[in-house]
Design a protein around this ligand. Structure first.
Ligand SMILES: Cc1cc2nc3c(=O)[nH]c(=O)nc-3n(C[C@H](O)[C@H](O)[C@H](O)COP(=O)(O)OP(=O)(O)OC[C@H]3O[C@@H](n4cnc5c(N)ncnc54)[C@H](O)[C@@H]3O)c2cc1C
Length: 430
């Protein structure tokens, strides 16, 4: 396993040979998967780096681990490190949050540290998780309504799943109607709950339903048939084009809207379902300060579809050529995952250096994203694809039928991807 982990580092190590004498003050907004990886790459590749990172967090979370906390595979302390230990040496860290940006004046305004000027800006503040009507982040768990899109929430979900399996009842799982990070996560926690019940020989007392706002459970042709089969084999009905609207935690009812299209017209029919256990996915948007900045595809700061607008291949901002943006906050039309970010970072970093050198940007991102869909305790359907939704395998499983779930991909998911994140990606090595 360690060897496989090292293998994944090899191609990037070649890139260490690259270096540039380009100069300029770089400000990175947001030090998560994308921000720290970008800072680390730029630090390695520039002879005289001048990089400031603005991020308010004490801790760096490996968010893909939240699903494994919620299924009892990881302990909460397995998925985080102190932020100070993750920021590469030589990077100036301002522990603060950005509240406004002025791309015309090349300035960002922080909450506590005033205004900062930049020559080049890297925008990586991730996304903002919003409330579903009837529940807030601080009330997660109330009325047995849970989400793994939150560190505390993932811990409460694991407690609730264990109780559900013992007591039985109706378990409802939903995704959401906005773009959201790791579209596979709601499916994974549903399948892991089902397998947990089977492992405990309690499956018969559990009724399970999966509701999605999309018109299909999954839209990558190589993997969709097997995923649909799995849901059918496990007796989990899939309800399409159904969006979550709110939760009545007192009555333990979830409110939905069924969306039907008749020609140009869309009809929204409200209905509600009772549940004993609910796993929901909250709606997500670009952070408010980004939506107010004039850097998104719409100037409406309340628009759900407002994401930072970049060229989908170069990741350079469509209006301001001294800004690059990548990761969850951007409008890159691919899956919002750290696997995608791992591929975006070296390309965005090289392109930023070209801009600093006054050259044309040449590196192109093909939309690669990966989603390891955990189908049970021991198997993962490792979905890897590009903008065209064509298979784009990068891990060394070429002898296996990747359209089916594999135990080797489970080993990758549980034992390799986390160290690859903390020691490879965040150090600018993978
Ligand atoms: C439950 C779950 C399961 C997932 N599963 C997978 C998976 O299996 N595989 C996979 O590849 N990906 C998965 N992901 C997605 C992956 O974790 C994200 O896509 C990735 O972390 C996004 O990186 P980012 O840098 O864009 O944002 P983040 O990593 O969220 O970082 C954003 C950073 O910006 C900072 N920030 C926010 N606001 C401001 C501000 N105003 N000023 C300055 N800084 C700010 C934050 O403090 C944070 O450090 C999962 C995520 C979740 C929640």
């Amino acid at each position: 396993m360690a060897a496989a982990g090292l293998l994944t580092l090899v191609p990037s190590e070649k890139a260490k040979a690259f270096s540039s004498k380009a100069k300029g003050k770089i400000v990175v907004v947001g030090g998560g998967a994308a921000g720290i990886s970008m800072a680390a790459r730029l630090q390695r590749w520039l002879d005289e780096p001048d990089i400031t990172l603005i991020d308010p967090s004490d801790r760096q979370f490996y968010q893909p681990g939240f699903t494994l906390i919620a299924s009892g595979v990881y302990k909460p302390d397995d998925v985080w490190k102190e932020q100070k230990d993750c920021i590469p040496k030589g990077i100036k860290w301002i522990k603060d949050k950005v509240v406004a940006m002025d791309p015309v004046m090349n300035q960002v305004t922080t909450d506590q540290n005033g205004i900062l000027s930049y020559d080049f800006l890297v925008l990586t503040p991730g996304l903002q998780i919003n409330n579903v009507e009837g529940i807030t982040r601080t009330r997660l768990g109330e009325g047995n309504a849970h989400t793994i899109y939150d560190f505390e929430g993932a811990q409460k979900t694991w407690e609730a799943i264990q109780e559900l399996v013992q007591k039985g009842g109706h378990a409802i799982f939903t995704d959401t109607y906005t773009k959201h990070k790791c579209g596979g996560a709601p499916k994974k926690i549903c399948l892991l709950t089902e397998h947990q019940a089977r492992k405990q020989k309690k499956r018969e007392q559990l009724q399970m339903d999966f509701y999605t706002a999309s018109k299909a459970l999954y839209d990558v042709p190589l993997y969709t048939p097997r995923l649909l089969d799995i849901y059918q084999e496990r007796n989990i009905p899939i309800h399409l084009r159904t969006r979550i609207k709110g939760i009545d935690t007192q009555a333990k009812e979830v409110h939905f809207e069924k969306i039907e299209t008749f020609g140009e017209e869309k009809i929204y029919t409200p209905f509600k379902e009772s549940y004993d256990f609910l796993h929901f996915t909250p709606p997500m948007t670009a952070p408010d300060f980004a939506r107010r900045s004039g850097l998104c595809n719409t100037d409406d700061p309340t628009a759900e579809q407002a994401w930072i607008t970049v060229d989908k291949h170069t990741m350079v901002h469509t209006k301001y050529p001294n800004i690059v943006s990548l990761g969850d906050c951007s409008n890159l039309p691919t899956s919002k995952t750290s696997a995608a970010i791992r591929k975006q970072v070296p390309i965005a970093a090289k392109n930023l250096i070209s801009l600093m050198e006054g050259k044309e940007v040449a590196e192109k991102y093909n939309g690669y994203a990966a989603c390891p869909i955990v189908t049970d305790y021991g198997h993962v359907l490792l979905c890897e694809f590009d903008y065209e939704k064509k298979q784009d395998s990068t891990f060394p499983f070429s002898l296996l039928d990747v359209s089916k779930e594999q135990w080797t991909a489970w080993l990758l998911k549980v034992y390799i991807l986390k160290p690859l994140y903390f020691y490879g990606m965040l150090n600018g090595l993978a």
